[in-house]
Design a protein around this ligand. Structure first.
Ligand SMILES: NC(=O)c1ccc[n+]([C@@H]2O[C@H](COP(=O)([O-])OP(=O)(O)OC[C@H]3O[C@@H](n4cnc5c(N)ncnc54)[C@H](O)[C@@H]3O)[C@@H](O)[C@H]2O)c1
Length: 151
């Protein structure tokens, strides 16, 4: 997939894996949209790399649908989706204190890392399926967030 000139959406693009991914894509000429909950860090990083920030909760149904539509009306049809938004509680199923993993923390990781990733995949793919192919492909989706963050 050609990166230069393509529109890329990077969730969790304000920091960490997503931040580095957004920097790399922008440096290779992608028009980069950062989707993140952290407005301060997201705006600052977007300004650094010449991208555009959108405040998005990846686990929110309406928020994601609207954000993709606004990003595409601003930048053009998005061809690349990099799902990096996630939380990494790194809590053991049973810790040294022999207490069980707090269920709320696991539920939150599933909600953001798994459901949030699927939320982006399905909405992005539904739009991409209607876009003209470039050569033999329409676009690319890469996912990194993992529920394995809870051990
Ligand atoms: N760092 C690694 O080496 C590594 C390796 C493999 C997988 N992962 C997984 O990737 C994910 C991100 O890791 P990281 O190290 O980049 O973490 P990070 O905390 O540096 O970055 C995560 C970003 O996601 C954003 N975010 C969190 N919840 C969100 C939500 N609901 N909506 C939108 N944005 C949200 C945060 O604001 C933050 O900017 C985690 O799930 C982690 O388990 C990390």
């Amino acid at each position: 997939m050609r990166i230069e000139g393509s529109v890329a959406i990077v969730t969790g693009g304000a920091s960490g894996l997503g931040g580095a991914t957004a920097s790399l894509l922008a440096s290779r000429g992608a028009k980069t949209a950062i989707f993140d909950l952290n407005e301060e860090a997201g705006r600052a990083h977007a300004a650094r790399i010449g991208g555009v920030f959108f405040k998005v909760d990846v686990a929110d149904d309406d928020n994601v649908g609207q954000a993709i539509a606004v990003a595409e009306s601003t930048l053009g049809t998005a061809r690349l989706l990099l799902n990096c938004a996630g939380v990494a509680p790194a809590i053991k199923t049973v810790g040294k204190d022999v207490k069980p993993h707090a269920l709320d923390a696991f539920r939150k990781a599933v909600e953001i890392n798994l459901i949030g990733t699927f939320n982006l995949i399905s909405k992005f793919a539904a739009r991409l399926a209607q876009a003209e192919p470039i050569g033999e492909e329409r676009g690319v989706i890469i996912n990194t967030a993992s529920v394995a963050a809870s051990r």
